[in-house]
Ligand binder design. Sequence first.
Ligand code: SF4
Ligand code: SF4
Length: 339
Amino acid sequence: MKLTNFRSQEGMIYTISEDGVRHLARRLGEKYDVYGPVNTHDDAVFSKFQFKKIEPSDKIELHYPLTNLPPTKYFFRARETVLEFKGSKETGSDDKKTKSVIFGLSLFDLKAMNKLDKVFGEPIQDELFKKNRDNAYLISISEDYDPKPELGYDLHFRKSGENSYLVWVGSKNGQKIVDANSSLFTKTKNVKKKYKPSKKHSHSDRAKIIARAKNDPIWDKLAETCFGCGICSYVCPMCYCFETQDVVKVEGITKCEGCRERHWDSCMNADFAAISSHDFRDKLRDRIYNWYHHKFVRMPEEYGFSGCVGCKRCITYCPAKINFRETLDFLEAKYGVKK
Ligand code: SF4
Ligand code: SF4
């Protein structure tokens, strides 16, 4: 999927009030399935905030710390049917047609969406991902000190003052949304930059360090605390490993006559690398190393970016309180990168 910069009409930027943002979400909900962050008030270990389909009674959250699952999971779903078959004949697959709007993505999750577009788009387009993606509009939201995202959004709202937002249009679909709801938007110009651009670190330095650290005892140390539960992958907007299974009809259990399903997997899981007669990564320390190697060595080599957008979900939800940042800091100090 190719992403290009889109200039809104005459390079126009808009403003919208906070009430206007909520009103827009309600209006879009009359036409599309709108998914957004809500406070579920769960007394749970995990975050109270989560993305869900917005019902008229729901109050969409415009300022939220972190949702437990990222909205990228609407595009790469926990379980999906790749194809259905009867006997030796293919009969169809999942066919979702309803247009949806993902409303209120954070900058982290928007960045992850842009990266996943590339991962699922190259070198071969993943059709399931594309079908979900083509059916969705992305509306991102950020605080006033955040930089404006470069691309990948249909509309982007950035907080500006007590009860208002600046609005950037990122696509023709975004412009259509503005035009169809023009009473909510006011044209504006000359937006001053408030933020400082963030410092970029070098992927190649980090990649070299992780490659060098393959035999470091830190992986054994981490394996002593890690449960190998895979939660760090399931909550990560950038993890996309899956497993496929052929399922045949079992009365009362399976829905399809016969189908091929794919579901999330994690490279941390015990049997992740098991093949018919051998498990080539049966040690947890090797699977932990692979997690870092894939995100920080192989992905930069393959795509030119790392497999992390810095959302901190893996740190927040790890039951063993493992913080990958601490591991990277330790390795950077040990293997020679100056701060
Ligand atoms: S969430 Fe924590 S304990 Fe579970 S596999 Fe990941 S690092 Fe290990
Ligand atoms: S911080 Fe953790 S969960 Fe977030 S993108 Fe990076 S690896 Fe994934």
